[in-house]
Design a protein around this ligand. Structure first.
Ligand code: NAD
Length: 432
């Protein structure tokens, strides 16, 4: 099938490459000329494991192309996926890019098209976008809401082997067409749930909001464990063994970040307020998440007797989670900003997110060439992102390199007892 994916970011590029990999002819569109130029040469602008190989292979085999020319892509393609960004501005979702793309699609359409909303948009927005397109064209078209559930870091696997595919449709004909596109990815029996457009949109928000709720819930339990003398790591495991609960998203830490959870939680809260159905649990989820970063920072300040000025603090991990270079809403940003404000020298290292971090901090932060270079002469190490490479370091070497052997483990990666035995002053989250 001829497909266009409009918006070639984390979602669009992964979706486009995976659809090409399953034999479709895919053209990825983006308004960012530099991005399109790089992608046309097979250079992937984001870090996502397995993505460069997928892009290069499908580019070489002629099934994947890149352009800034939306009108040409619309002309050539039967199914059009909208995957542009929907950032948050003052608690509300900014739909400028989605609306712009919709008008352009409407103006470029010369025959029937299926237009699939893959960007996360608030309930009711896909219908509004349908009206934007309708205002520009007399041609027939169907709209489908097809929210994306992939996780950065495992995006390709998630896309190729989804737990479920949700299709919100107004017309069964469109559902069948899009279902066909997903058929290669659901052969092992993952369900394709076909529903109405608003229910599909709500399912996306409810899923992310629920996962965020689990994280904030565990963060509060962890904080309570600290004052109760309980170990949250055992509590977490004990809870997760209950089949009604399950083990995922029960890891306490410095809070969730990224381009989705914080934004989707805020957007759902805003929807609730607008409709006079306040989402009290989610309001607390957002508050707890913000507090978790502050609490971590306060612990560092307390350790240094209330004064972090002149201290040298090493930070391992900057991306909002491992296996991505995405720094949107990353907890590391707030924590580092807090330390800089207090007069601390911050030296940071991340296996993939250094370039993104430089855009945020410039020369205010020192960037180390390796994890050990990062800790050299440090008064403390903060582990913020649990990259695999940080899980089992050479602790003796670390201790020798550091001025003070103090570790603030924001992800509960290390064993408190071992750390103590090795001579570290260790702080975890919710652990004895
Ligand atoms: P992104 O910022 O990485 O990519 C968006 C792309 O759209 C950018 O390359 C940008 O240049 C392009 N763009 C903006 N305006 C455009 C226009 N007028 N014409 C053409 N291209 C334009 O965003 P993302 O992370 O891929 O997210 C896209 C959507 O998917 C969002 O709604 C997001 O909430 C949702 N989503 C993201 C994830 C994720 O893990 N990143 C997961 C599920 C859903």
């Amino acid at each position: 099938m001829n497909i266009a994916v409009i918006g070639t970011g984390y979602v669009g590029l992964v979706a486009g490459s995976c659809f090409a990999e399953s034999g479709n002819d895919v053209i990825c569109v983006d308004s960012d000329q530099d991005k399109i130029k790089a992608l046309s040469k097979g250079q992937t602008p984001i870090y996502e494991p397995g993505l460069p190989e997928l892009v290069q292979r499908n580019l070489a085999q002629g099934r994947l192309g890149f352009t800034t020319d939306l009108a040409a892509a619309v002309k050539k393609s039967f199914v059009l996926f909208i995957a542009v960004g929907t950032p948050q501005v003052g608690g509300e979702i900014d739909l400028t890019a989605v609306r712009k793309v919709a008008s352009e699609i409407g103006r470029s359409m010369k025959e029937f098209k299926v237009i699939v909303m893959k960007s996360t948009v608030p309930v009711g927005m896909t219908e509004q976008i349908r009206d934007v397109i309708r205002a520009e064209t007399d041609q027939p078209f169907d709209v489908v809401s097809n929210p994306e559930f992939m996780k950065e870091g495992t995006a390709i696997e998630d896309f190729m082997k989804p737990d479920r595919v949700i299709l919100g449709v107004e017309d069964e004909r469109a559902a069948e067409l899009v279902r066909e596109l997903y058929a290669p990815f659901v052969r092992t029996g993952s369900p394709v749930l076909i529903t109405d457009v608003r229910t599909a949109e709500m399912t996306k928000y409810a899923s992310n909001a629920y996962l965020a709720t689990r994280v904030s819930f565990m963060n509060e339990i962890a904080n309570l464990c600290e004052s109760s003398g309980a170990d949250v790591d055992v509590v977490r495991r004990g809870m997760g063994l209950d089949r009604r609960i399950g083990p995922s998203f029960l890891f306490p830490g410095v809070g969730f970040g990224g381009s989705c959870f914080p934004k989707d939680v805020e957007a759902l809260i805003a929807t609730g307020r607008r409709q006079e159905e306040p989402l009290r649990i989610l309001e607390a989820v957002a508050r707890v998440n913000a507090y978790q970063r502050v609490r971590f920072l306060e612990r560092i300040v307390t350790h240094f007797d209330g004064d972090v000025a002149g201290k040298r603090v090493a930070v391992w991990g900057l991306a909002f989670k491992p296996r991505t270079n995405d720094m949107r809403e990353a907890p590391a940003i707030d924590i580092i900003e807090g330390l800089l404000e207090g007069g601390t020298t911050v030296v940071a290292y991340d296996p993939e997110a250094m370039e993104e971090a430089r855009k945020i901090f410039g020369s205010r932060v020192e960037f180390a060439g390796s994890d050990y270079e990062c800790v050299a002469g440090a008064d403390a190490l903060l582990l913020i992102t649990e990259w695999q490479a940080f899980r089992n370091p050479n602790f003796d070497r670390m201790k020798n390199e550091m001025r003070q052997a103090t570790v603030f483990d924001g992800r509960n990666v290390y064993d408190p007892k071992n750390m103590q035995e090795m001579g570290f002053t260790y702080y975890g989250i919710g652990r004895k």
